[in-house]
Design a protein around this ligand. Sequence first.
Ligand code: SF4
Ligand code: SF4
Length: 101
Amino acid sequence: MKNKKRNEEKRQNPYKYSFTIDQEKCIKCDWCLKEKPHDNCILMLKELDTDSKNNPIAYKLAERKRDMNVIWINSDECTRCGICEKVCPVDAIDRSLIQTK
Ligand code: SF4
Ligand code: SF4
C-alpha cells in the first residue's frame, strides 16, 4: 500500500533529477562504470554528437576502454539512484532538478 502511494506521488511529480558528467572534470577512472546498477545507464563512448543546447543527437559506443573518449550518462536508462555521484572521486557528476511536465 505504501509503495502504491509512493509510486503515485512519483508519477504526479513534475520534477526529477537529471545526472550529467562534467567532461572537463571527468578523469575517466571508470569507478562509476564499475558501480552502476544498470548495464546501460552509463556508457563508454567513442563519439558523442550534441546539438547547440548540448542535447545528445547521436553516439558511437567504444568497444574497449582504450577506444573510449567520453563517459556519458544515458538519461533514458538512469533511475536516479545517485550511486555514480557518490563514487566519483573528482565530483564530476552533476545533479540538477528538471521539470518534466
Ligand atoms: S544515478 Fe544511478 S542509475 Fe543514474 S547513471 Fe548514476 S548510477 Fe546509473
Ligand atoms: S567516476 Fe567520475 S571521474 Fe571517474 S569516470 Fe565516472 S564521472 Fe569520470
